[in-house]
Design a protein around this ligand. Sequence first.
Ligand code: ZN
Length: 127
Amino acid sequence: MSDSYQEEFWAYCARQELCLQQCENCGELRYPPAALCAHCLSEKFIWQSVEGRGTLISGVVFHHAFRPELADRIPYGIGLVELNEGVRMVTAIVDSDLSALTAGRKVSLRFIPDRNGRLLPCFRIVD
Ligand SMILES: [Zn+2]
């Protein structure tokens, strides 16, 4: 089984587009990219672009770079974000007041380059 879906996901990010896999069998959106639908185990999917807006479920601030690609951004926030489409993503929270990572804050997608120039989907607080 190929994992080309990983490459495709990052190719969309490179164009500053957040696309998630949507199961062709049951319609469920999923993230992170995976070979099978967790609901029905189907391998069939299409790419569905999402709006990039959502709500913070919870967040924490890291003072150590557990993710090396974010080493230049210490301290940084990591949040559990629920997209308006219903999918939850663990993601970096950037360009935001990190003392305000509380549940219910509205967030918006922002692509941030890592050290290798790859664009990472991150979110910032917008309310
Ligand atoms: Zn499915």
